[in-house]
Design a protein around this ligand. Structure first.
Ligand code: NOJ
Ligand code: NOJ
Length: 571
């Protein structure tokens, strides 16, 4: 009885079917995904709809949703895929595309936009028109992952060119673009940001993780080309970022995706962070959240399970088999469905894990990752299993089958054309939202490459340790001051207070409030988090006469991160 149960579990037709379905899908979808991704890149992509040279459109869809824009994040992830494929020798035809991307980003960086200009925060702007002009409508801005992802893609390219002795192109053409992005990341990482889903304004794990990677990789490149003082300042900020990264861990078993937002925090944000900061030389390191680290595996387990009962389409699937996953369980955008790219990201994290276990010849199970492994063997215990052990064989085979299952589901819900939209209907599996989403295609290619054992270049995650002396890093909090203050003709209301950001009680430099909602005057200022801040409003008239509010000083305690508002009445 027991033997036949084991026999059935190991050789059940569905297991064989799953891997062969996945093999067949990878073979047929790879060329489609590649061609469809390139079709969305200007100037000559067949669906790029007038996009300028090197500009990646998010999707050719122009309504419901209108994605005919170029997002810095989507474009960088697409070109990371292209640059990896070129530099790893998988596809040596892509060089012209890469040159076009470099040219386009040099232009896009300089576009003045609602987030600012190149020196005042414009690099945080999330998206532009495909003719390289600013989008000025309302949007969740800034999004501070974009410059980090772009610099990482370009640094990967620079490292390759240095290895080919093309130093002058790196120092003259690439470095100025990379330096703009790294300087932005280095000085703005502790400011609030919209998350990668463009919804929550706070701190966000994905953004922090990719910013950390960018500065780490930037440190090494800067040093290699003789920019030693920038190298050391990027390195210092990278140490702070790595400390801050640790704070997102929720000991109940997952990464809290955002410090704001009021959701569970279980989110594809963290799975995407893990695969986009994969560095095989770091093994299963937990502080950089490597794909096979115990924390990342428990996080994946929690994340996947959150979708088992969320979508009708997942009903009837047993609890240790793959399901379709989405951005986060509470999502309602375009119906709140599973996404192709998030489901593929789960597979990719597991393929990355298999790469590392196979190369180190062992697999570690800790008490943290135990629940993940118990889905495959309920009797397994924490310990190190070398590749010669039966546990290693059973578990790695089970993980392979499990990960292929995610790809097999994507295969099941890919229309016969091979086209990948953004989402998959939660009720009937039909494609939903933007058609031909460039990011969906890129995510298929990177998942397939990982399945084939392709190892992306190292970014310097190996051997890092936490160097958090000086205490936890103070986050900056965006604080809105509103004060009800009737004024006389010619008078304006200003804010001054006991910290640098409030001009240290200066009346000359006090911060002017806006009277757009008179008699309420308002201003938003970035202040240090978790800090008691004393302040007062003052009135100044045209001749510079200052009227102070009465004593005592006003005081707020800022939250640790996110945003805060205070509604005061002039006294
Ligand atoms: C459009 C964004 O692209 C999407 O991510 C978001 O969910 C919706 N706006 C709603 O805020
Ligand atoms: C909405 C997604 O939430 C966001 O991450 C993406 O950048 C845009 N769509 C464009 O694909």
């Amino acid at each position: 009885m027991l033997l036949s149960a084991v026999f059935l579990a190991l050789f059940a037709p569905s297991v064989w079917a799953q891997s062969s379905v996945t093999d067949a899908y990878v073979a047929s979808e790879s060329p489609i995904a590649k061609a469809s991704m390139l079709a969305n890149i200007g100037p000559s992509g067949s669906k790029s709809s007038g996009a300028f040279s090197g500009i990646v459109i998010a999707s050719p869809s122009t309504e419901n949703p209108d994605y005919l824009y170029t997002w810095t994040r989507d474009s960088a992830l697409t070109f990371q895929t292209i640059i990896d494929q070129f530099t790893l020798g998988i596809d040596t035809t892509l060089r012209g595309e890469i040159d076009n991307y470099v040219g386009a980003q040099a232009i896009v960086q300089q576009i003045t936009n609602p987030s600012g200009d190149i020196t005042t925060g414009g690099l945080g702007e999330p998206k532009f028109y495909v003719n390289e002009t600013a989008f000025t409508g309302p949007w969740g801005r800034p999004q501070r992952d974009g410059p980090a992802l772009r610099s990482t893609a370009l640094i990967t390219w620079a490292n390759y060119l240095l290895s080919e002795d093309n130093t002058s192109y790196v120092t003259d053409t690439l470095w100025p673009i990379i330096e703009n992005d790294l300087n932005y990341v280095s000085s703005n990482w502790n400011q609030s940001t919209y998350d990668l889903w463009e919804e929550i304004y706070s701190s966000s794990f994905f953004s922090t993780a990719v910013q950390h990677r960018a500065l780490r990789q930037g440190t090494t490149l800067a040093r290699a080309i003789g920019q030693t003082s920038l190298a050391s300042s990027y390195g210092n900020q990278a140490d702070f970022l790595l400390c801050f990264l640790q704070s997102y861990w929720n000991p109940t078993g997952y990464v809290t995706a955002n410090t704001g937002g009021g959701r569970s925090g279980i989110d594809a944000n963290s799975v995407l962070a893990s695969i986009h900061t994969f560095d095989a030389t770091a093994g299963c390191d937990a502080i950089t959240f490597q794909p096979c680290s115990d924390v990342a595996l428990l996080n994946l387990f929690t994340y996947v399970n959150a979708f088992r009962n969320t979508y009708e389409i997942n009903s009837g699937i047993s609890t240790n088999e793959a399901v379709l996953t989405g951005r986060y369980p509470e999502d309602v955008y375009m119906g709140g469905n599973p996404w192709y790219l998030t489901t593929l990201a789960v597979a990719e994290q597991l393929y990355d894990s298999l790469i590392v276990w196979n190369s180190q010849g062992s697999l570690d199970i800790t008490n943290i990752s135990l629940p993940f492994f118990k889905q495959f063997d309920s009797t397994i215990t924490a310990g190190t299993y070398t590749s010669s052990s039966p546990e290693y064989s059973t578990l790695t085979a089970a993980v392979k089958t499990f990960s292929d299952g995610f790809v097999a589901l994507v295969a099941k819900y890919t229309p016969s054309s091979g086209g990948l939209a953004e989402q998959i209907s939660r009720s009937n599996g039909a494609p939903v939202s933007a058609v031909d989403l460039t990011w969906s295609y890129a995510s298929a290619l990177t998942a397939f490459d990982a399945r084939a054992g392709v190892i992306p270049g190292s970014w310097g995650a190996q051997g890092l340790s936490l160097n958090c002396a000086g205490g936890p890093v103070a986050q900056t909090v965006s604080v809105t001051f509103n004060v009800d203050a009737p004024t006389l003709e010619g008078q304006n209301v200003y804010l001054t207070g006991a910290v640098d950001a409030l001009e240290d009680w200066s009346t000359d430099n006090a911060i002017l409030l806006s009277s757009a909602n008179y008699p309420t005057w308002s201003v938003t200022v970035n202040l240090p988090g978790s800090t008691d801040v004393q302040y007062k409003y003052i009135k100044k008239d045209g001749s510079g006469t200052v009227t102070w509010e009465s004593d005592p000083n006003m005081e707020i305690t800022t939250p640790a991160n996110g945003t805060f508002a205070t509604n005061d009445t002039w006294r």
